[in-house]
Design a protein around this ligand. Structure first.
Ligand SMILES: [Ca+2]
Ligand SMILES: [Ca+2]
Length: 497
């Protein structure tokens, strides 16, 4: 593989991670100051949520693609972050927002002036008759957008503009060759001038709107060619919040895509304590991906910045928080941890509450903890700070660190593709069991999803050579049974059969 393919990635919501200058807002120098922490945890790539100037706290509506928002620091700060990250073998991936801009972006400020403005073609414009003729005045809400009426008015303009997410984010129109040229320049700037290692592509499934979706294939070919020509080692991971069959074609243009279905399936497993066939679903997904690209990378996660935090999904139960980590970090793919997951941070919607400041310590005067938002979910009574967890071998943090080290040390566990993944039927829906790896060194992985202790025999084709790792579980070699305490996990190496 010519691209860099990090084994363990980490999503940083920049505003909430670490504050370096005591203004209450997480920033780039703050991230640099925590690189030792991330390296020690075992992280190989960080994905930063958008850092460009923007009127919003989340910055997914960009007004300047060539700058760093002063709230977060400067370009020099970013150069330093990249240099220091690379020194620690950590890749830096930026969020690339190509679907839309802010209405305050100079392109849109120009475009809205008149229908013959040279920037008009950067966006989508239609009058009411055209919108009606195409039947596109309204849309069904989707997981990633609640907007029902995506056409928005400009005073005294007979045409409306298209903004899929909301009126403050007008969609860009990549029929415009001028706009494509702009983005070639933007990608070149970050990949080659500044030296980032790749991009996470926001809203990748929405680049062309539904009535123009036939143009998507050519667009992603153009995108791939552009990235490869600028920096052959650059890595791309796309947000395509949809099912596997819709995601699969994107592997022609992107190295990786996020597996949202898997994220929700793992959550469902944890809530119901029952496996409806997760591995078989995953195998079908991978078969679809493989048809498009045999080098597909399945980007797997428990949650991201748009989903309720996993610790809250499981009701704050530490045993289940640890089980969630066990499941994610034993499945094939490229795992993405959402900052704070490794200390069991809580959070439910609305969005700012799933993006709360990282709890470095419970010292209310700790300048590293951002103070931009009120902390509702992660006060001292509910979330143990990292400073406490880091010295506690039984903490959620220590559990994550151990699992990450395990995944990085075992080639089979760290595989991104799943050609040798198999579901193992132990005839008990409270168990999630699967095997991975070559016949000579096959790993059998068993998770107890339930609050009951379970003892089980193994199918005949699996004979245990050694226990590789266990958490609340053991192999009873005399009775030839696997013993799992509630929410326990066991990984064993099997003899070839
Ligand atoms: Ca700051
Ligand atoms: Ca779009």
């Amino acid at each position: 593989m010519t691209i860099n393919s990090p084994k363990i990635c980490y999503e940083i919501f920049v505003r909430s991670f670490c504050d370096s200058n005591n203004d209450g807002i997480g920033d780039i120098q703050g991230i640099t100051s925590k690189l030792d922490y991330l390296q020690d945890l075992g992280i190989e790539a960080i994905w930063l949520t958008p850092i460009h100037p923007s009127p919003s706290y989340h910055k997914y509506d960009v007004i300047d693609y060539y700058a760093v928002d002063p709230e977060f620091g400067s370009l020099d700060d970013l150069r330093t972050l990249i240099r220091e990250a690379h020194r620690r073998h950590i890749a830096v991936i930026l969020d690339l927002i190509i679907n839309h801009t802010s209405t305050l972006h100079p392109w849109f400020l120009e475009a809205q002036k008149s229908s013959d403005n040279p920037f008009r073609e950067y966006y989508w414009w239609k009058n009411d008759q055209e919108i009606e003729a195409l039947g596109i005045a309204t849309r069904d809400i989707s997981d990633d957008s609640q907007e029902v009426s995506p056409w928005h008015e400009i005073p005294n303009d007979p045409q409306k503009y298209y903004g899929l997410f909301y009126k403050g984010m007008p969609d860009l129109n990549f029929h415009s060759q001028k706009l494509r040229h702009e983005f070639v320049g933007i990608m070149k700037f970050w990949l080659t001038d500044i030296g980032v290692d790749g991009f996470r592509i926001d809203a990748a499934r929405h680049i062309f709107p539904t009535w123009e979706s036939a143009h998507n294939r050519a667009f992603w070919f153009f995108f791939k060619e552009t990235v490869e020509s600028l920096k052959p080692t650059a890595f791309t991971v796309g947000e395509i919040w949809a099912g596997a069959s819709e995601i699969a074609p994107y592997y022609k243009g992107l190295h990786a895509t996020f597996n949202f279905d898997l994220s929700f399936a793992i959550q469902e497993l944890l809530i119901t304590e029952n496996d409806p066939g997760l591995i078989n679903t995953l195998l079908k997904t991978h078969a679809l991906y493989e048809q498009t690209n045999t080098g597909y990378i399945d980007a797997i996660m428990l949650t991201n910045h748009d989903q309720e935090r996993i610790a809250s999904v499981v009701g704050g139960d530490t045993k289940k928080i640890k089980l969630a980590a066990c499941i994610l970090l034993t499945l094939p793919g490229q795992p993405y941890l959402y900052y704070g997951e490794e200390i069991g941070m809580l959070g439910t919607k609305p969005d700012p509450e799933i993006r709360e400041p990282f709890i470095w310590s419970n010292n209310p005067a700790d300048p590293a903890v951002p103070r931009w938002s009120e902390i509702k979910h992660n006060g001292p009574a509910s979330t143990k700070a990292l400073s406490e967890q880091i010295v506690d071998p039984k903490s959620v943090y220590s559990h994550y660190k151990e699992l990450i080290a395990l995944r990085r040390s075992l080639t089979t566990l760290g595989q991104t593709t799943a050609r040798d993944l198999e579901s193992v039927n132990l005839k008990n829906d409270s168990l999630l069991a699967f095997s991975r790896g070559p016949v000579s060194d096959r790993l059998l992985i068993i998770h107890n999803l339930s609050g009951k202790a379970i003892s089980t025999r193994l199918p005949l084709q699996y004979s245990v050579r050694e226990v590789v790792w266990s958490h609340q579980a053991y192999w009873n070699s005399t009775a030839k049974r696997v013993q799992l305490r509630p929410y326990g996990s066991l990984i064993v190496l099997c003899n070839p059969k």
